[in-house]
Design a binder for this molecule. Structure first.
Ligand SMILES: [Zn+2]
Length: 72
C-alpha cells in the first residue's frame, strides 16, 4: 500500500472519530452522556457506556451535505 494512501486513510478516520464524538448519543440504557467511542471504523459506530458498561451501536446523521446544497 502507498504511504499517501495510509496517511489519507488515517486522516479520514481521525475526522470521522471527531465527527462521531461531537455527535455522540446518550446511553440508550441509562441515559448518561458518559459514552465512549469503541470502534469508529464500522457503520453504525460502536460505543460503550462508562456508567453501566453497556455497548451499543449509534450512527449520527450528517446534515452538512444538505446545508451545502441549499446554500445557493
Ligand atoms: Zn449506560
Amino acid at each position: 500500500m502507498e504511504a499517501e494512501t495510509i496517511i489519507a486513510g488515517a486522516l479520514a478516520l481521525a475526522r470521522r472519530r471527531e465527527h462521531l464524538c461531537r455527535h455522540a448519543s446518550p446511553c440508550p440504557n441509562c441515559g448518561t452522556n458518559q459514552v465512549q467511542l469503541i470502534d469508529g471504523l464500522c457503520n453504525p459506530a460502536l460505543w460503550r457506556c462508562r456508567e453501566c458498561r453497556k455497548g451499543f451501536e449509534y450512527e449520527p446523521e450528517s446534515k452538512m451535505l444538505v446545508n451545502n446544497l441549499n446554500h445557493n
